[in-house]
Design a protein around this ligand. Sequence first.
Ligand code: UDP
Length: 377
Amino acid sequence: MKPHYRVVFLLSYTGGGHKAVADAIQSAMRIQYDNTACIEFDYVDVFQEYCIPPFNQAPSLYANMVNNTPYLWGLSYLICNGRFRSQWAAWMLYQASRYKIDQLPHDHPADVIISVHSIITRPSYWAFRRVAKDTPSVTVVTDLAKPPWFWYEPSVDYCFVPTEYAYDTARRNGIAENRLSLVGLPVNPKFLTEQDDKTALKADLGLEADKRVVTIVSGGEGMGQLYQIVSALVQSDLDCYFLIICGTNDRLRQQLEDEISNPNVRIFGFVDMAQFLMLSDVLISKAGPSTIAEACVCGVPMIISGCVPGQEGGNADFVVDNHAGVYTEKPDEMIAYLKTWLSNDNILATMSNNAKKLSHPDAVWKVSEKIWELLQQ
Ligand code: UDP
């Protein structure tokens, strides 16, 4: 009989990136180990299920703040993001929510816990240390260029980081070298399938094979200035397809569907991004870490259209400094870039190569293998 294991992901549904990384790890483990073991995966939104108000409203609070008062989000981030300030904030959250959060290990017994969310990492680990102290813990840092200090609990059994900056911060926070690995940001294996038949992918969506494609997305929740960008692009004289992905933002999707009737424009809700990135010539996106990592793996040049103040601040520089894309919040500048790029194969090919150089297609397999190793111990 196959051995049975339980893997518990600790996250919050704030944005789509944390879940995307958890899904990526789950997919890789299923591919590698489904024949050998029966592995059950459990996702826990620690904010919603185990924290006191208003933290238990984190997913909607986060979306509201980031969309309506980004400067307030940026300010809170600035106040809390320091080595000692983040520890203090995490400790306060744990103490205030302890009567609930200490219940977490009872409700979700695990053979290994994996945190893919910065702020809930420490409070959750502390609860497991008190109640189920032998449960191995793994942190997979899902922010990209300059992740916040919240991630780095020194007692973690293993920590995966995406960049050298993150590696140095983790070391400064007391995580030993032999428990730390710089692997890049894990991307779902579905993005890694060699897919050179763009024509077939385009045909699936009813697109002509020889017309360029620009995909526009703004995180899993369709945040920020997506409406303004799309309105400007569809009025331009660019002759390409615009694939607009609204994610879970149904209101935006409805609004765009009501207002836009242009044969070059396709509007979608929450989609499987792999297909879209594989057929795209350019991606317009906010500086979301998972979207950037996925675009890099698929070699898609990027126009970064904005960033959530704080944790996404460094991501735009990461793309621009490595010549995989540009940053502009202005739709008329986006149109100017698109005019130049879409008419010049060399520019597109160079930027596509630069994006690929930033990718870490093996990251997800390394994480999967380490978790498997911990499950065996
Ligand atoms: N995503 C998706 N379908 C959509 C829109 C987004 O699967 O329709 C995924 C996208 O591929 C990425 C994640 O949602 O994996 C967004 O994560 P990111 O870190 O870029 O931004 P966040 O949503 O966390 O702000």
